[in-house]
Design a protein around this ligand. Structure first.
Ligand code: TYM
Length: 379
């Protein structure tokens, strides 16, 4: 029995990503595949260089399609909530890089229905208003307005429904129940919902590549069981690890545990306070011991966050690692480096988020791809 759990709703324990690959039946992103991406687009994103995106299905086929000129499209999403944290941003930052490098269409599903159905905490009006706020954070990442369509399930459902019923007819309750751990007391909406998360994988008759945290994988397993029988490709995926919670190396950063997360709305003082107070440290209990024995970057959250993407410079991150491991750098100094990086990242993000207000309409309704999608009624 594994001593960790990963589902779309819960990540518990210290995740062993090699074991997870075996459990989920995915594949590790090999050096060969990374070299191929680098040949195709000229460079590798920091999250690929450092194995933050570490696992995949059919990425090699996506690259075949790209190299042969057939192309592919991207799809990712967000279940809107009150607190958008930096972990939620990871797949979006990486997706932006993919869109930019491969110059492809991107569909972003905002599941205001899912969030309403899965918790007792929110009204539908609330999840719809979180959707608006979360869309600002998503737009701030910088997607191509002509090639990106952001849609909210409760608004776009008219165009999703014909595909949704075809998908739903192919899936039995027992398949969905086994995949998501539902039972006979689950509400009807949660039973039907997986069909709606699968729909966008069929928005084009090309291969779909989904960048997302690996917690979303159960949906794609169902998709891959049925896609070909409906005349579509099995969706390809590229999976990320989880941003560690601030307060410890187990589980994942979670909106519902405030001390585990840095929210995109946290001001500089709050960031400093949270990192200093909560960030789990791999340092020694006293300065003397730390100088003598050194710190452990593997469990140190400040180091791990810098490694994930806040310090993109490979030379600098190696220096930090060495200095911390040797005891030359103290935990407080390491935390200061993170605080500065986080605050400048968040300041820039919030500036772009303000500008995003004028772009919501473009991404949702009248950008080039958005318009095409609203005009399209599935046959
Ligand atoms: P949601 O809103 O829970 O999460 C949005 C995206 O963020 C990833 N994620 C994380 N990544 C790294 N570290 C973390 N601590 C962390 N927490 C969350 C998730 O894996 C996800 O990629 N059902 C989905 C919404 C959705 C979707 C999709 C997601 C609809 N269609 C297609 C991905 C792809 C949800 O509630 O995501």
């Amino acid at each position: 029995m594994a001593d960790f759990t990963v589902t779309p709703w819960e990540v518990k324990g210290k995740v062993d990503y090699d074991k997870l690959i075996i459990q989920f039946g995915t594949q590790k992103i090999s050096q060969e595949l990374k070299d191929r991406i680098k040949r195709d687009v000229g460079e590798l994103h920091v999250m690929l260089r450092r194995d933050i995106f570490f696992s995949h299905r059919d990425l090699d086929q996506v690259l075949n399609d790209y190299e042969q000129g057939k192309g592919f499209f991207l799809y990712t999403g967000r279940g809107p909530s009150l607190g958008f944290h930096i972990g939620h941003l990871v797949p979006f930052i990486f997706t932006k890089w993919l869109q930019h490098k491969f110059n492809v269409n991107l569909y972003i599903e905002v599941t205001d229905d899912e969030k309403f159905l899965r918790t007792q905490d929110y009204t539908l009006d609330q999840t719809r208003s979180f959707a608006y706020d979360n869309i600002l954070d998503i737009i701030a990442v910088g997607f191509d307005p002509d090639k990106t369509f952001i849609f909210q399930d409760t608004e776009y459902i008219r165009n999703m429904y014909p595909l949704a019923v075809k998908i739903a007819k192919k899936l039995t309750f027992s398949q969905v129940r086994a995949t998501f751990g539902l039972d006979v007391s689950s509400n009807l909406g949660t039973i039907f919902y997986p069909a709606l998360q699968i729909v966008p994988t069929m928005f084009e008759k090309r291969r779909c590549l989904i960048p997302a945290g690996i917690d979303q994988d159960p949906y794609w397993r169902l998709q891959r069981d049925i896609a070909e029988s409906l005349g579509y490709y099995k969706a390809a995926q590229i999976h990320s690890k989880f941003v560690m919670p601030l307060n410890g190396p187990e589980g994942k950063m979670s909106s519902s545990i405030p001390e585990s997360a840095i929210y995109l709305s946290d001001d500089p003082k709050t960031v400093k306070y949270k990192v200093m107070k909560y960030a789990f440290s791999g340092g020694q209990p006293t300065v003397e011991l730390h100088r003598k024995l050194g710190g452990n970057p593997e469990v140190d959250v400040a180091f791990q966050w810098l490694y994930m993407f806040f310090e993109e410079d490979d030379k600098r991150i190696n220096e930090i690692e060495e200095e911390y491991r040797s005891g030359k750098m103290l935990t407080g100094e390491l935390k200061e480096i993170l605080i500065e990086k986080l605050n400048s990242f968040l300041e820039e993000h919030r500036r772009k988020r303000e500008e995003a207000r004028d772009l919501v309409h473009t991404f949702k309704y009248d950008g080039k791809l958005a318009k095409e999608m609203w005009e399209k009624i599935h046959e």
